[in-house]
Design a protein around this ligand. Structure first.
Ligand SMILES: Nc1ncnc2c1ncn2[C@@H]1O[C@H](COP(=O)(O)OP(=O)(O)OP(=O)(O)O)[C@@H](O)[C@H]1O
Ligand SMILES: [Mg+2]
Length: 279
């Protein structure tokens, strides 16, 4: 799915109407099948940007187009159909506590199902092999019949990603997918997501705090600062100077503390960019 923003500004629904928008005057084009990471310090507007693209948040001004259509000018049913083609994976997936993992994962397919079919699948998981395959990609297949409230934070985050993998969305919008994952799982998760997305020809936009990983895994990087696009570049052109300017006054987010022997093989020296930075 192609994304076009023309001078889009947007603010959180809870923000006052006269407050400075969290996303300001953003003009961005993302072609179908592209993989883009969005980075920037906390409060830069990354989640707001994702929510605006996901049609979860109506722009305060400017034009948004998905596959050439302004979603907010579509009739309600067409807007719902469009939302069914995209998948917004929040940082903390809203997983119903007592639900089995298999049901949660297959819920990723609900937007593509008819009402009766989806209702039935909530009570009787209909495509267990599909849930199994999605979970296996994240080494979670053994947890398929576990209750989600008995999973660790990292497992829950990976179940949220497996749910995305089980969907057939054409636009993947993923907010901080690695925040609860250790370095090995983080690498695995990014590999799974970028490979699957590429194989399906879907478009991937992913916010990340781990700048090093963003540069490694994504060919294009958008840097947001104070709600504005500070740069939009191929990852090979994102210099240290640009990153330093992007994270000015937030250096701790760029140069996280060196991990202390928790993952000895990943240890880095103080003052060097940390390989992994979880908030
Ligand atoms: N619940 C809220 N109520 C009012 N304003 C909000 C709310 N959430 C966010 N905002 C405003 O939107 C701005 C951008 O928030 P957003 O969540 O998009 O940033 P972010 O880059 O995703 O940050 P983080 O890295 O911490 O997730 C905030 O600085 C704040 O001004
Ligand atoms: Mg955020």
């Amino acid at each position: 799915m192609q994304i076009q923003l023309q001078h889009v500004s947007a603010r959180h629904p809870a923000a006052k109407d006269d407050s400075v928008p969290a996303l300001r005057d953003a003009t961005i084009q993302i072609q179908q099948g592209e993989q883009v990471a969005v980075i920037g310090p906390s409060g830069a507007g990354k989640t707001t940007f994702l929510h605006a693209v996901a049609c979860a948040l109506k722009p305060a001004s400017g034009q948004l187009a998905l596959s050439g259509q302004d979603p907010w000018k579509l009739p309600r049913s067409a807007l719902q159909a469009l939302r069914g083609q995209l998948f917004l994976a929040p940082q903390v997936p809203p997983l119903p506590p007592r639900q089995r993992v298999v049901t949660t994962v297959l819920a990723g397919r609900l937007p593509q199902m008819g009402f009766l079919h989806s209702l039935r699948s909530l009570f009787y998981p209909l495509d267990i092999p599909a849930a199994h395959a999605a979970l296996k990609a994240f080494d979670l297949d053994k947890k398929i019949f576990e209750r989600v409230d008995r999973l660790s934070g990292g497992e829950r985050q990976r179940v949220g990603l497996a749910r995305l993998l089980a969907s057939d969305a054409k636009l993947w919008l993923i907010d901080e997918p690695l925040s609860a994952l250790d370095p090995t799982r983080a690498t695995q998760a990014l590999e799974v997501l970028t490979r699957a997305c590429r194989e399906r020809g879907a478009t991937l936009v992913c916010t990340l705090h781990q700048v090093e990983r963003a540069l490694e895994a994504f060919p294009r990087i958008i840097g947001l600062r104070h709600g504005e696009v500070a740069f939009d570049l191929p990852s090979g052109e994102v210099s240290r100077e640009r990153l330093t300017a992007l994270y000015a006054q937030h250096e701790h987010e760029l140069f996280g503390p060196a991990p202390v022997n928790e993952f000895p093989e990943q240890n880095v020296q103080l003052g060097q960019p940390a390989v992994m930075h979880c908030r």
